[in-house]
Design a protein around this ligand. Structure first.
Ligand code: CAA
Length: 261
């Protein structure tokens, strides 16, 4: 029997729990083929719909988050098949429709589609051995799952051009300096700390968490004035939730808030 290409479990003991999704093709450095991306998409849809899940963490192995799209799979394509089967779109874009926070816990290589998958997550936390890169140029192609679009937004044009045109890797310290990752942790602490982040998010009000994610994403996809309008309306709308009453009452009463779902 072959090993499953992803492993999933629920972590934490609160009312809502963190779903942990582990990419599991360690011998291929978690190269992303259709089987992995189909399974990942199915797991993400299931956890997003499950009210007992408050946050999702995607991780890989100590050596590789994911070393990119599976080059063996890519090498089978010509233009017509890539175009007509919607290569790296059909089963790669599910993550964009997930409304709950998704955190990438990245150790080792996050290259090509692996770096792009991490960038599709809401937060990237890196182990000190993490290495990020878009080496597709060395394969005679370019990043095809958002690398030319999300990397410049994360690290700026100069560094993105440097990475995409030379295919060089960036270490964890450079990734943190450049704004690609939010934190760098010792490799042996990575998963525990990221799961603790997930657990913290699980204790917060669902509506405000979803609204916060939606509004930050608007910053990337709309002009400032429109993004500001969405934020303001969402801010106003949250005054209609029990969580706003509870959060503010708890602060004023100097007690911990207990948010309802
Ligand atoms: N696809 C398929 N197999 C891969 C792979 C990939 N992206 N990356 C690594 N592997 C396989 C290797 O072929 C090797 O398999 P075998 O043991 O059967 O030979 C195994 O994983 C271990 O890899 P290495 O022996 O190469 O390990 P290393 O430590 O010497 O090097 C590495 C590690 C630098 C990450 C190197 O494996 C590498 O350069 N990988 C390719 C990275 C890459 O080019 N990624 C971009 C892919 S294209 C893409 O992602 C397009 C897109 O935008 C969606």
């Amino acid at each position: 029997m072959t090993d499953p290409v992803i492993l999933t479990e629920l972590r934490g003991d609160g009312e809502r729990r963190t779903a942990l999704v582990r990419l599991n093709r360690p011998k291929q450095l978690n190269a992303l083929n259709d089987e992995v991306m189909d399974a990942l998409g199915e797991a993400l849809r299931r956890f997003d719909a499950d009210p007992a899940v408050g946050a999702i963490v995607i991780t890989g192995s100590e050596k590789a988050f994911a070393a990119g799209a599976d080059i063996g799979m890519l090498s089978q394509h010509d233009f017509i098949s890539a175009y007509t089967t919607d290569l790296v779109t059909r089963n790669w874009e599910t993550i964009r429709s997930v409304r709950k926070p998704v955190i990438a816990a990245v150790a080792g290589f996050a290259l090509g589609g692996g770096c792009e998958l991490a960038m599709m997550c809401d937060i990237i936390v890196a182990a000190d051995n993490a290495r990020f890169g878009q080496p597709e140029i060395k394969l005679g192609v370019i990043p095809g799952a958002g690398g030319t679009q999300r990397l410049p937004r994360a690290v700026g044009k100069a560094k993105a051009m440097d990475m995409v045109l030379t295919g060089r890797m960036m270490d964890a310290a450079e990734a943190e300096r450049s704004g690609l990752v939010s934190r760098v942790l010792p490799a042996d602490k990575l998963l525990d700390e990221v799961l603790a982040m997930g657990e913290l998010i699980c204790t917060l009000g669902t509506a405000s968490v979803l609204a916060a994610k939606e509004c930050v994403n608007r910053a990337y996809e709309s002009p400032l004035a429109e993004g500001m309008m969405v934020e303001r309306r969402m801010f106003h709308a949250l005054f209609g939730t029990p969580d706003q009453k509870e959060g503010m009452d708890a602060f004023l009463a100097k007690r911990p808030a207990k948010f309802v779902r």
